[in-house]
Ligand binder design. Structure first.
Ligand SMILES: C[S@@+](CC[C@H](N)C(=O)[O-])C[C@H]1O[C@@H](n2cnc3c(N)ncnc32)[C@H](O)[C@@H]1O
Length: 242
């Protein structure tokens, strides 16, 4: 179904939130089948984390400050990230149900004493919810989540997170492989309460990342047997943003 370009961003987000609150369990079960690809890219992300190489061969537990945007119920990404020794993960999601499930799941995770995870509920674009000092993060992960923002906000988010990353810090995210002003499905996953919105810059995402001071180190279009293909990106912060 086509997207109404006059629909205000706040309304899109409140509908996306309501939908995930209603269909979280269905989505989480459905998406288990896509976990392998997440694991493969998370492995690449972990290998690229700046302190992973700095601390190699020493007894030191590296401190890893990681932000995850749109973490859902935390499986598998938040769990994998929070399982890294020294990881301090901030896991954000707009859906109260997803955050509640994430907190519940995290109680079962056997985390290292040096690691922690903090769930933060709200819109990732709200600076009262997600904000960090410049150059303070080692890594940012956003899997199937930034795509729910209107296109202009995606560009703004890429610029913000480039600012939060320290030099050498790494981003793992996926985006829609094709450009889209907005796409709406009224009943995503066959759910009556599953109104959903996505948008994206397609290959233009790479330009936005580069413009924000991030160097793309891995880029892959991954068909996943769903309606759209995803552009997966690992990008490194190469210079302080202004
Ligand atoms: C497709 S799910 C992905 C969840 C998880 N990252 C995964 O890989 O399964 C998208 C998640 O992003 C969250 N989300 C959507 N819009 C958001 C926003 N503006 N701010 C924060 N989270 C958002 C949703 O609530 C949902 O849990």
């Amino acid at each position: 179904m086509s997207f109404d370009p006059n629909q205000p961003s706040a309304e899109i987000k409140s509908r996306v939130k309501e939908s995930y609150d209603a269909i979280a369990d269905t989505y989480n079960k459905w998406t288990e089948g896509h976990s392998d690809l997440r694991r493969q890219y998370l492995d690449k992300f972990i290998a690229q984390l700046p302190t992973a190489s700095a601390a190699a061969g020493t007894q030191e537990v590296p401190q890893l400050r990681i932000l995850e945007l749109g973490c859902g119920a935390g499986e598998p990404a938040t769990r994998i990230l929070a399982s890294l020794p020294g990881a301090q993960v901030t896991a954000n999601d707009i859906s109260s149900r997803q955050v509640a499930l994430g907190r519940e799941n995290a109680l079962k995770w056997d985390l290292d004493a040096s690691s922690s995870v903090r769930f933060v509920e709200g819109d990732m674009m709200d600076r009262n919810v997600v904000d960090f000092p410049a150059g303070s993060l080692d890594g940012v992960v956003g899997l199937y989540s930034i795509i729910h923002l209107p296109k202009d906000e995606q560009a703004e988010m890429l610029a913000r997170l480039a600012g939060w990353l320290k030099e050498g810090g790494i981003l793992l995210a996926n985006f829609s492989a094709g450009e889209s002003e907005g796409m709406v499905l009224e009943e995503w996953l066959n759910q009556k309460e599953g109104w959903m919105f996505w948008s994206g810059w397609g290959e233009g995402t790479v330009e936005k990342l580069q413009g924000a001071g991030l160097e793309v180190v891995v880029r892959g279009i991954e068909p996943e047997g769903v309606d759209v293909d995803f552009l997966w990106v690992l990008a490194r912060k190469v210079k302080a943003s202004v």
